[in-house]
Design a protein around this ligand. Structure first.
Ligand code: UDP
Length: 243
C-alpha cells in the first residue's frame, strides 16, 4: 500500500488501552508486554516523529466495573484515573530503559511522582524529542481515557490520534466471533457514530471530527506495526472525513 499524503505524520498521539498492558494475565501490568509496547514506541520516536502517549487504566480499575459496585461513581472514576498513573509510570520506566527521554504529565497533580499537565511545557518536551505520557485522563470523572486522548491530541496539535488495540482495525463485526467479518480501510466520523461502531467513545470521535484529526486504528500487539502504520504501510483503518 502506498502512503496517502494525509498519512505524513510529524506529531501523533498514541492511545493504548490498559487492557493491552495486562498481556495474557487477565489483570494488572505485565512488564513483558509493557516492554514490547515501549519498543514499538521507541522505534518510532527514534525516527523523529513527536510522540504523545495516553494509557488507559482498565487493566487495574474502571469506574464502571463490577469491582466498583456500590461506590459513588466519582470516587470510582478517580480510582480509575489513578490506575492510569501507574500504567504511565510503568511505561515511562520501560521507555527510559530503552534510552528514550520521557516526561509524565498528570491531569491530577502529584508533585512527588510526575509533572502536572501544562500544555506549553508539554509542547516544549515534544520539541526537545521527549515522549510525553499524559496520565490521569482528563482529570474529571465521567470521562474515559479515549476522550482524554482526543482532548490531548487536539490540544497538542497532533496530526493524528493512533488507537493501538488488539485488533488490526475496525471490522464489520467482531472478527474473533464472526470469521467472515471484513475490515474497513476508511470510515468517516459520521459512519462510526451512526453505525455505533465500538472503536472509541462517541465523545472522542466527535472531538476528532470537530478538529479534523484522523483516527488510525491498528494492532499494537503486532510487532513493528506502529512504525509501519506511521509510514502509511501495514494494516489499519483510518477514520477521517471522506472526500
Ligand atoms: N477515568 C475518568 N476520567 C478520565 C479518564 C479515565 O474518570 O478522564 C476513569 C474511568 O473510571 C475509567 C478509568 O479511569 O473507567 C480507566 O480508564 P479507561 O476505562 O478509559 O481505560 P482503558 O479502557 O483505556 O484501559
Amino acid at each position: 500500500m502506498t502512503a496517502p499524503a494525509e498519512l505524513a505524520y510529524k506529531r501523533i498521539l498514541l492511545k493504548v488501552s490498559g487492557e493491552v498492558l495486562m498481556g495474557d494475565q487477565g489483570f494488572g501490568i505485565d512488564m513483558n508486554t509493557v516492554k514490547a509496547v515501549a519498543e514499538e514506541v521507541a522505534e518510532v520516536a527514534r525516527t523523529g516523529v513527536e510522540l504523545c502517549l495516553v494509557i488507559g487504566g482498565g487493566n487495574i480499575f474502571r469506574g464502571l466495573s463490577k469491582a466498583a459496585v456500590g461506590m459513588e461513581r466519582s470516587s470510582a472514576d478517580y480510582m480509575g484515573m489513578l490506575a492510569t498513573v501507574m500504567n504511565a509510570l510503568a511505561m515511562q520506566n520501560a521507555l527510559e530503559k530503552l534510552g528514550v527521554d520521557t516526561r509524565v504529565q498528570s491531569a491530577i497533580q502529584m508533585d512527588a511522582v510526575c509533572e502536572p499537565f501544562i500544555r506549553r511545557r508539554a509542547l516544549r518536551h515534544l520539541e526537545k524529542g521527549r515522549v510525553v505520557i499524559f496520565a490521569a485522563g482528563t482529570g474529571a470523572p465521567y470521562f474515559t481515557t479515549d476522550t482524554a486522548a482526543a482532548l490531548r491530541a487536539a490540544e497538542m496539535n497532533c496530526d493524528a490520534l493512533f488507537k493501538g488495540t488488539s485488533v488490526d482495525g475496525v471490522y464489520t463485526a467482531d472478527p474473533k466471533k464472526v470469521p467472515d467479518a471484513t475490515r474497513y480501510e476508511h470510515l468517516s466520523y459520521h459512519e462510526v457514530l451512526s453505525k455505533d461502531l465500538k472503536v472509541m467513545d462517541a465523545s472522542a470521535v466527535s472531538l476528532m471530527r470537530e478538529n479534523g484529526i484522523p483516527i488510525v486504528v491498528f494492532s499494537i500487539r503486532q510487532a513493528g506495526a506502529l512504525k509501519q502504520v506511521v509510514n502509511g504501510d501495514g494494516i489499519y483503518t483510518v477514520i477521517a472525513e471522506k472526500n
